[in-house]
Write a protein of this length. Structure first.
Length: 256
C-alpha cells in the first residue's frame, strides 16, 4: 500500500511538472513583427519586422537567441520588408515574402545576406511555404487572390487562382498538396502540387486565417476570425459585433 501511495504521489508530481509551464522571458524586438521561424541547425529564431514606413533601416529580419531572446544578428531588407518567412533547412536558405514590393528574398544564412530577390508573381505577397525536395516555393497573394508556384531561383512555374484574400499557405510533401486559406473568400483551397489543379474549395468559416497539418494522416486544421463590430460614426455609440456562428472556429479537414 505504501509503495502504491508513493507511486501515486510521484505520478501527481510528474503531471504537475509537465503542466507547470510559465513565461520565461519577454523582450522588445524591432517594429511591426510578423512571421517567425526556428532554425535547429544554428539554434536561432528568425523574426520578420516590417518596421516603420519611410524608414528602411527598420525593415529587418532579426536573428535571436531562443533562450535569452537577445538579438544576435540583423538582416536589413530595406525597401522590401519581409512579412512571411520560410526556411529551407537543407540549404540553410531563408525565404521571405515581401507584401509591399511583391517580391521574394532568398537569404543565405551562412552570410546573413540576400543572394537573390525576385518577383513573387502576384500582388501583396503575404506568406510562403517551401517544397525542399522539389526546390519550389508557394507564395500566397492577398490582393490578387492567387498562389504562385516558383522555383527557388525565382522562375514562375504557375499562378493559380485560389480565392479572395489568399493568406495562409502550407505544403504537405507526403500528400504533395498545398493548402491556401482565402480570408475574404471564406474558403480553403486544396491544390494538387503535381498538376497545379484545384482539388477543392471548402467553406472553413468567416475569415480563414492560419493552417496546420499532420503530414502522416493528411489532416488539415484551419483557424478563422469572426466579423468585427462596425466602426462607430462620429457622435454615435459603439455597436456590438454581429452574431457570427461561423467565426472564431477551428475547422478540421480530413483526407479522402
Amino acid at each position: 500500500m505504501k509503495k502504491l501511495s508513493i507511486l501515486f504521489l510521484l505520478t501527481i508530481a510528474a503531471v504537475g511538472a509537465i503542466n507547470a509551464q510559465k513565461i520565461e522571458k519577454t523582450e522588445k524586438v524591432g517594429s511591426s513583427l510578423y512571421e517567425m521561424v526556428y532554425n535547429a541547425k544554428d539554434d536561432s529564431l528568425y523574426v520578420a519586422a516590417v518596421g516603420k514606413r519611410g524608414e528602411p533601416s527598420t525593415a529587418n529580419i532579426y536573428k535571436l537567441d531562443p533562450t535569452t531572446l537577445a538579438v544576435t544578428g540583423t538582416i536589413n531588407v530595406g525597401e522590401a520588408p519581409a512579412f512571411g518567412l520560410g526556411l529551407n533547412r537543407k540549404t540553410q536558405t531563408l525565404y521571405s515574402s515581401n507584401t509591399r514590393s511583391n517580391s521574394v528574398h532568398a537569404i543565405d544564412l551562412k552570410t546573413n545576406k540576400a543572394v537573390r530577390t525576385f518577383d513573387s508573381g502576384g500582388k501583396n505577397a503575404i506568406n510562403v511555404a517551401i517544397d525542399i525536395k522539389g526546390k519550389r516555393l508557394f507564395v500566397a497573394h492577398q490582393e490578387t487572390g492567387t498562389l504562385s508556384v516558383l522555383t527557388t531561383d525565382g522562375k514562375l512555374l504557375k499562378s493559380i487562382e485560389t480565392g479572395a484574400g489568399a493568406l495562409g499557405v502550407a505544403y504537405n510533401p507526403a500528400k504533395n498538396q498545398v493548402y491556401v486559406s482565402n480570408r475574404r473568400g471564406g474558403t480553403t483551397s486544396i491544390i494538387d502540387a503535381k498538376t497545379y489543379t484545384k482539388l477543392a474549395d471548402l467553406k472553413t468559416g468567416t475569415y480563414p486565417q492560419t493552417i496546420a497539418f499532420d503530414e502522416k494522416s493528411g489532416k488539415v486544421w484551419v483557424t478563422n476570425k469572426a466579423k468585427s463590430a462596425p466602426r462607430p460614426q462620429p457622435g454615435q455609440p459603439a455597436q456590438p459585433a454581429p452574431e457570427d456562428p461561423t467565426g472564431n472556429v477551428v475547422t478540421l479537414i480530413s483526407p479522402k
